[in-house]
Design a protein around this ligand. Sequence first.
Ligand code: GLY
Ligand code: MN
Ligand code: MN
Length: 439
Amino acid sequence: MQPHAARRADFVKNLGRGAAVIPAARTRLRNNDTEYEFRQDSDFYYLTGFSEPDAVLVLASHHDERSILFVQPRDRAQEIWTGKRHGIEGALAHFGVDAAYEIGELDSRLPDYLVGADTLYYALGQEDVLDRRVMAALNAARQRVRRGGNAPRTIEEPGKFLHEQRLFKTPAEIELMRKAGEITRLGHVAAMRATRPGVTEYQLEAIIEHTYRMNGAQDTAYPSIVASGDNATILHYNTNREELRDGDLVLVDSGCEYNNYASDVTRTWPASGRFSPEQRAIYDIVLDAQKAGIDQVRAGNSYWAYHEAAVARIVEGLIELRLLHGSRDENIETQKYRDYYMHNTGHWIGLDVHDVGRYRQEDGTTYRTLSPGMVMTVEPGIYVHRDLDCDERFKGIGVRIEDDILCTPAEPDNLSANIPKEVEELESVVGADALAAAG
Ligand code: GLY
Ligand code: MN
Ligand code: MN
């Protein structure tokens, strides 16, 4: 309970006389009457730790009840089907809120929390039905104060403060992310060991995700990408239906989710356990670029420094391989390298794999400066599509290497450390189980 209550207190400090309405995620149908597995909304989870759907958190620092949770009531008949609910008593007992009510009372009670607030912090545009209910409550509050008093005149995005807060991870959050990184390491290593020509992408996916679950992760943080051969040049390929062939590389982009915190890791390795000279040449450039990028994750640096460092290495490498021509600066200037490297080098990561928080200064013009507590991925790649007009020998090669890096007051701290990425390590790990099985 404590971290969530402390986060609510920190968040509310920014709101002045504002009231915030933060909804839980809803269950969604996958097909006919079958639901997608439920995953709590990250903002809501961050502020409550409450994992049930159909709930709303209201924060009203000007009111006697400052933090209020609307939840599904206990209901024996429903709970027999879908599992135990905390209900009102549980919400009060375990989540540190001042008041809890049935979600059905939201419409009648919400106006009361809005009266006296000058701003409503609510993320409009995500859920039509709730938008209408919140707007009705706002109008009801305005009606009530016609003859004096305040009701919110403005609606603001809670993320303005909440997402900045989420961007700076606490030591406890960092430990959860390190644990997610450690479980992800086990998954990737298991897949490396099981790799051999003839194994399928989905079998590697199954081994990785089995390993996550066996080690306590509740889920993956995003659909795993297991892309062999040319599929590795498709950035978000996740069909995962093909068989690995001798001579292929396989690119695996997969991370587990541990207690709602994401890990996001990519490794690329040869199906046979040995890189070809061309694969190795591309791999070495990407690895060098990734290390150069990681080295820029330092307090005081511009957020963009890691991308620029990675791009510089990639461009130099591609010129050496004659996949690019002309000078380094020219290629960077014209962005010609985007034929081979078309995405940015990373993103914030936390409760969401692509986590919240601004990338630029508040005025939107320049990138912000890195500070301790921020966690970001560093994930350069090179993708040589078949349709490019270039040396045939490199066509169909796709390599990406990705780790999750914490900015500290000192050295960059790799939360997904020790997942093999040096060529020698990969060549000794890949296929180890397949070899053992062969005897
Ligand atoms: N796995 C998605 C990404 O790397 O951003
Ligand atoms: Mn990834
Ligand atoms: Mn990523």
